[in-house]
Design a protein around this ligand. Sequence first.
Ligand code: SF4
Length: 363
Amino acid sequence: MKGLYIHIPFCEYICHYCDFVKSVPKNKDTVDLYLKALVQEIKSYQKHFDSIETIYIGGGTPSMLNLEQLTFILESLQSIHPIEFTIEVNPESYTKEKGLLFKKFGINRISLGVQTFNQKLLKYLNRKHTNDQVFQIINHLKEIGIPQISIDLIYAIPGQTIENLHEDLAIIKALDINHVSCYSLILEERTFFYYQYLKGQFEQMNEDSEAEMYGLVMDELINQGFEHYEISNFAKNQNYSYHNLIYWTLGTYIGVGLGAHGFVDNYRTYNHRSMQKYLVSPQKEKELQDSMTLLQDELIFGLRKISGISVSEIKEKYQVDLFSKYPQLYEKIDLGLLKLEGDRLMLTRNGLFLGNQVFMVFI
Ligand code: SF4
């Protein structure tokens, strides 16, 4: 499969944990200028349009663009006919008109940035929406026939209790959606929380509580009928994120927009993160990946999938006997972090939480 990722680097406000490429734009002109350059960049990949099967508009906050700006981007994509077309939406910037516009241009998957339904924790994260907004949006998306609705959740927020998480998961059940992405709160550099941490005013949740929460997420979502198909992702009725599956299977994807990366013909491409430089020429560099780097990526990304990797396919593709090259894998099996089922090597339940300890083997 081939995917197209489009980055919208603007937000209406900055969440305290976020280290994505984004900023609050000075004015409408700043956004319009960027969108012009973005559409130019999209057009530069025209020869790939026929073969693109997934489009993902992420950010930032794509839904903060106004109708005219959204139309401008969506029109530039009209000659692409993807099987999956996702846009990220923040609840406070959704309107019914935007939903109808998404539908009109073939968007069939909405990824809704909810993070938690607990208003106190939302405020702590510096998120501005209400639960009512989320409920109304989901009703509207269903009403207009957007078939795939995904929610992003965050757990292990300082101050969050296991009961709070139970409540979030109970609401997910009632919403009857078909995809959930659930990540633990990571303390990233250059974020508000990081500066709090440096001043001793931010305390990360301890590992045991975090593991307990991850366990609850897995058990509860599986109970609700979701399939756990990647460390942080759950889908009902095979409504997987095909775009993300491209990343995890080392497929081809084009990345356009500020700070976006891509992977095309064994080259990793990196766009500028500075707006000034991006507006002059989007791409900063591209790097041919040697087979060792590709193998490393294939193993790390592949093991993120619950179905793991095929040892024989790796051997065929890279002429490598996995266990001879990485004998430490035996140790990880003994530690109960990895398991071998037939030809497939995969993380165990413990390994899903401690994946980084396994991935270190390949670095
Ligand atoms: S989490 Fe999303 S909405 Fe919040 S600052 Fe980051 S990109 Fe913007």
